[in-house]
Structures are given as structure tokens and as C-alpha cells.
Write a protein that binds this ligand. Structure first.
Ligand code: GLU
Length: 372
């Protein structure tokens, strides 16, 4: 079973409470919920907007409407984000420090999630931050993200991150209750859609209106994000960020806002992904290890007989049986081919070099393995 992994996207309006600046009380309440989820065993990644808003307020600039901001040059917005990202992180650092939890800033662009090697780097960094008990706070690297490499909005960014870290749940918190049949601010008869199993053109055209506030995205980008997550086997919930305990509630299955049901289940989506990848190498394992894998356990160094090809940690490899040349499982390597060769056949207890943890003896973790 996968560990529970939650990506929570916090829009500018949620962090400012509709005002012109970051509201520390809001951040505090959200940090408290993130900490509560961590304590109950979930990994939580925060995707935080608000850099531009923070920059604007730091520089004492007045709030501008969405259309006025659209008219501003990209370098101007990049400047605002560059100024504001620092104060945004300071604010997150302060509120998490109250719970004695550290935060780590991760700034990404489309390229970081598109290019395979950089995608693996980003994923490994996020994994390591999480496994050290630190909360990653992700934003787009607005200061350098030019038009060609921009994702452009944090809704899509959060879905890409959720996919990269194999999250089970994506929670998008904003200033709107969820997805409505039409724009509730214009149409009083608009009703909330509690559950979406398919996003079609009709839904997109009826519900894909822009939202207010200082943020970049609107309902259209939220639908894009939900659709991406649905295909990746990730549940998405769209809800209001200012409802007390909303994040903890959602993680515990309490209904809020709109839930988008994944099209495929989580495991199936990972299987599809693994099957679509070209393995860069393979490990040949003994009969005992083959039995362990078939019963859902991880591949440990002790069961590895030999290592074929060259691969890095995080890359997809094949698993072969000693007596068969056909791959019977596929998975993501937890170490490089160099380390796998060095550790092949060794018992976990024998791998005690400095810096090694018990986990180092895992060559492919059960969570990252598909038996064919
Ligand atoms: N990266 C932008 C910021 O921090 C937010 C983008 C968005 O609102 O979707 O200001």
C-alpha cells in the first residue's frame, strides 16, 4: 500500500483572505492542519501561491484588478514574484516554526517536470524533504519562468506535482465553495456539483468561468488540473479554504466542495506508467526474492544475483528470474546500477557503510513495483 500523500494547493485569495496582503492567521490555521495530517501519518506537500500579492504589498503598491495586471509586462510580474517569494517563505517558515516543523522552498517550471532527468531530480528532492519530516512549499519559479517554460497557474502546477510524487489526493483550496453548474456570482440558481466523474466540453463551457481575487487561475485551470489528476489516478477535491479544519476533514473523507473521481485507480495508473517506460537495465534475482516479490514484498539486495545495464536511482528497471530471460516484474530503482552491483547478494544488516540506512538495502520498493 502507498503511504498517504496529499498535495494541497493554496490560492492567493485563500492566503490573503481576500485582502491585499498575506494573512498570517490564515497561514497559521493551514499550517496547523498540515501538521495534524503529518502527525496522523500522511505526507503533505503545500503548493503555495501568493508571491505576487506578497511582492505587491511589500513594495507598497496598490492592488490592481485582474485586467490591469494582465496588461502589466511579464518582467514586472516576475519582479513582484521575486520580491514576494522571499516574504511568502518567511511567513510559512514563521507559522510552521510554531509547531517546530521546518519548511523547504521548491520552485519549479514546466521544464523541471517535463524533462525526464529533471523530473526525477525534482521527485527525489521532494521525496527526501518529506522523508526528513520537512514540509515542501512549492511555487512556480516565476522569476525565471518566461512564457515558453511557464506553467502559468498553480492549479496545473499542483496537479503536475501530485502526479510526480504519486499523491493519492489533491486538494485545491480557493475562495469558491466548489464547482457550480454556472457562475454562482452571476446566476443565483447555480448549484454546487458535489461529484464529477467525467469532465466533458459541456461541463467545461458551463463551469469554466474565471474567478475573482488576486490569483492567476480560474475555474478553467482548476478543471484542467482536476482532469490531469483524474487520469493519473488521483482524487481531487475543490473546496473553500476558509472553512475551519477543511483540509483535515477532506483528508478524512468528510465531504466538502466538489470531488473529482479518478478515472483509473492509483495502482493502475502507476502500472500503466511503468509499462510505458523503457527499462534502462535489469536485475536478475533468485527464487526466494521472486517469491517475495510475488507476495507483495520489496526487492532487497540480498536477493539480487546480478545487475544488467546502467541505471540511476529513480529510473525504471526490469526484474528477471535467474532461470528465465523474460522480465517478470518492473519497478523503479531505489539505487543506481553501481550501488546495486556493489550490494548484490548482501544482507541488509551487512550494509553498514557510513551514511547508509536500513532502507539502502532496498533495490526496488514494493510500492514502486509491478509484477507482470
Ligand atoms: N505563482 C503565482 C504567485 O505565487 C501564483 C499563480 C497562481 O495564482 O496560480 O503569485
Amino acid at each position: 500500500m502507498y503511504r498517504n500523500r496529499i498535495v494541497v494547493k493554496l490560492g492567493t485569495s485563500t492566503l490573503t483572505g481576500g485582502t491585499s496582503q498575506i494573512n498570517l492567521r490564515r497561514l497559521l490555521s493551514l499550517a496547523q492542519q498540515v501538521v495534524a495530517l503529518r502527525e496522523s501519518g500522511s505526507d503533505v506537500i503545500v503548493v503555495s501561491s501568493g508571491a505576487m500579492a506578497a511582492g505587491r504589498s511589500k513594495l507598497g503598491l496598490s492592488v490592481q484588478s485582474k485586467s490591469a495586471m494582465r496588461a502589466r509586462s511579464i518582467p514586472y510580474k516576475q519582479m513582484l514574484a521575486a520580491v514576494g517569494q522571499a516574504s511568502l517563505m518567511t511567513s510559512w517558515d514563521q507559522v510552521f516554526a510554531i509547531f517546530e516543523v521546518h519548511v523547504a522552498q521548491v520552485l519549479l517550471t514546466r521544464d523541471d517536470l517535463g524533462d525526464r532527468q529533471r523530473y526525477l531530480n525534482a521527485r527525489n528532492t521532494l521525496d527526501t524533504i518529506l522523508s526528513n519530516g520537512i514540509v515542501p512549499v512549492v511555487n512556480e519559479n516565476d522569476a525565471i519562468a518566461t512564457e515558453e517554460i511557464r506553467i502559468g497557474d498553480n492549479d496545473n502546477l499542483s496537479a503536475l506535482v501530485a502526479n510526480a510524487v504519486h499523491a493519492n489526493l489533491l486538494v485545491i483550496l480557493s475562495d469558491i465553495d466548489g464547482l457550480f453548474t454556472s457562475d454562482p456570482r452571476k446566476n443565483p440558481s447555480a448549484t454546487l456539483i458535489p461529484e464529477v466523474v467525467e469532465i466533458d466540453d459541456d461541463l467545461r463551457s458551463r463551469a469554466g468561468f474565471a474567478t475573482g481575487g488576486l490569483g492567476t487561475g480560474g475555474m478553467a485551470t482548476k478543471l484542467q488540473a482536476a482532469e490531469l489528476a483524474m487520469r493519473a489516478g488521483i482524487s481531487t477535491v475543490l473546496a473553500r479554504g476558509d472553512v475551519p479544519n477543511v483540509l483535515v476533514d477532506i483528508a478524512n473523507g468528510v465531504r466538502h466542495g466538489t470531488r473529482f473521481v479518478p478515472i483509473v485507480d492509483h495502482l493502475e495508473s502507476r502500472k500503466r506508467w511503468l509499462l510505458g517506460e523503457k527499462p534502462l537495465g535489469a536485475v536478475v534475482i533468485d527464487a526466494g526474492a521472486a517469491r517475495a516479490l510475488r507476495s507483495g514484498r520489496s526487492l532487497l539486495a540480498v536477493g539480487v544475483n546480478s545487475v544488467l545495464g546502467d541505471f540511476k536511482s529513480g529510473e525504471v528497471i526490469g526484474v528477471r528470474d535467474l532461470h528465465d530471460t523474460i522480465e517478470f516484474a518492473r519497478g523503479i530503482a531505489r539505487c543506481s546500477s553501481i550501488d546495486a552491483r556493489r550490494m548484490a547478494g548482501m544482507k541488509s544488516s551487512a550494509i553498514t557503510e557510513p551514511g547508509s540506512e536500513a532502507g539502502r538495502a532496498v533495490i526496488v520498493h514494493a510500492d514502486d513495483l509491478v509484477v507482470l
